[in-house]
Design a protein around this ligand. Structure first.
Ligand code: C5P
Length: 398
């Protein structure tokens, strides 16, 4: 149910922190990966070692830890997940969130994030009922923060009333409701990704350096926004986005067939690095080294252009067709011309010159070109590019 989803879990410092261990287990049971963050006082209630061992991830807790910053900066951390859960959300953490304070790593992440946030408040009933906390709740609700609980019942402090943290199963249910009720709910999106392999003989093929990383991140970002994604991928070692329907193909022709089999759809995104050519006659047997005395000659013929084929569909064309343009020179001119020639709505231009490290790397530097605008995005991680594209699609679909 939460397969492939990344959840940043911020554990606040309250007695209910012990339930966060159970929450980690429940989230994992549903297939989510949990990245844990603990406040300093949370470590008084549960040990970072237990949290790390259960989540199988390192615990982040220090804003000024140089090692952590080098591994994953706090801004990056705040954007690296599909959802942030704060459990237990103490009165203090909620107040920091409501006032936009950034005094430690958890509050800074919560201020810097553009990811949905779900909080599970837990505190003494008087603290919960205090006008200050209730005003903070109103501010947080206005700011789009989602709540699970608090529940009514006996408290660790011996009092009775509202302030008990929601049970972990209920928090998991609230998390999946948020993740699957996103603004792209009801949209079917087809994404192509990875390279294609064009066979020469039964053991050799022509390929390219595409890793499929960017396509996977886009699929993850769009399913997080509630879309139903069909992910059509060429051979790739990158971990597939699990919440999608996955179709694996090898060649450009197989990729085109798979795309056509999934029409009509609402939006199509062509991030695959499709081979422009294929071998005219695939050898049925392995070509021997001494088969030809001269240099081995292979004839190539052009592959179908999938992006162009779908962009120019007369009937049932997806409302939004997005292509990529990996260029090494005359970037804007080439990509603008490509968008018009292929007939797609948006093209995401990226500079793949050898020095950029973009092909096969973790970052991308995109310029979005449409009929109305040329918008350069700063260089950022492929995850962040996917989220930004997701937001653009949401704005477009409104
Ligand atoms: O022409 P070029 O390969 O640079 O175009 C890149 C864009 O076209 C990408 O979106 C890619 O997925 C798509 N494409 C395609 N079929 C091809 C070649 C490229 O869909 N045969």
């Amino acid at each position: 149910m939460l397969n492939g989803r990344r959840i940043l879990l911020i554990i606040g410092g309250g007695i209910a922190a012990y339930k966060s261990l159970q929450l980690i287990r429940e989230l994992q049971k549903k297939g989510a990966e949990v990245l844990p963050v603990m406040t300093k006082s949370a470590a008084e209630f549960v040990t970072p070692l237990s949290v790390s061992a259960l989540s199988k991830n390192k615990v982040f807790s220090d804003l000024f830890d140089l090692n952590d910053e080098a591994e994953m900066g706090h801004i990056e951390l705040s954007r690296s997940s599909d959802l942030i859960i704060v459990a237990p959300a103490t009165a203090n953490l909620m107040a920091k969130m409501a006032f936009g304070l950034a005094t430690d790593l958890p509050s800074t992440l919560l201020l810097a994030t553009d990811t949905p946030v779900l909080i599970a408040p837990a505190m003494n009933v008087r603290m919960w009922e205090h006008p200050a906390t209730q005003n903070n709740c109103k501010t947080l609700i206005n700011n789009g923060v989602h709540f699970s609980g608090p529940d009514e019942g006996d408290m660790a402090c011996g009092e009775f009333g509202f302030g008990r943290m929601s049970e972990p199963e209920i928090i998991v249910k609230a998390a999946s409701d948020i993740l699957f009720n996103g603004p792209l709910k009801g949209k079917h999106i087809v994404i192509t990704s990875g390279p294609t392999h064009e066979p020469i003989d039964p053991v050799r093929y022509i390929a390219n350096r595409s890793s499929g990383h960017q396509g996977c991140e886009i699929a993850n970002a769009l399913t997080s926004l509630g879309a139903k994604v069909t992910f059509i991928t060429g051979p790739s070692n990158y971990k597939f986005p699990e919440s999608c329907e996955i179709v694996t193909v090898e060649t450009a022709i197989e990729m085109l067939d798979a795309v056509e089999a999934n029409m009509p759809c609402d939006i199509a995104i062509f991030s695959a690095a499709v081979s422009d050519w294929r071998v005219e006659k695939k050898n049925t047997n392995k070509i021997k080294k001494n088969q030809s005395k001269d240099v081995l000659k292979i004839n190539f013929i052009e592959n179908p252009d999938i992006l162009k084929t779908i962009s120019k569909m007369k009937m049932n064309r997806p409302k939004l067709v997005i292509g990529f343009a990996a260029e090494t020179n005359n970037l804007i001119e080439n990509a603008t011309e490509k968008r018009i020639r292929k007939g797609c709505d948006w093209i995401l231009l990226n500079d793949v010159s050898p020095g950029t490290g973009i092909m096969g790397g973790n970052e991308n530097h995109i310029t979005l070109i449409s009929a109305d605008e040329i918008q350069e995005w700063p260089r950022m991680s492929k995850t962040a590019v996917a989220k930004k594209l997701g937001q653009k699609i949401v704005d477009y679909s409104k």
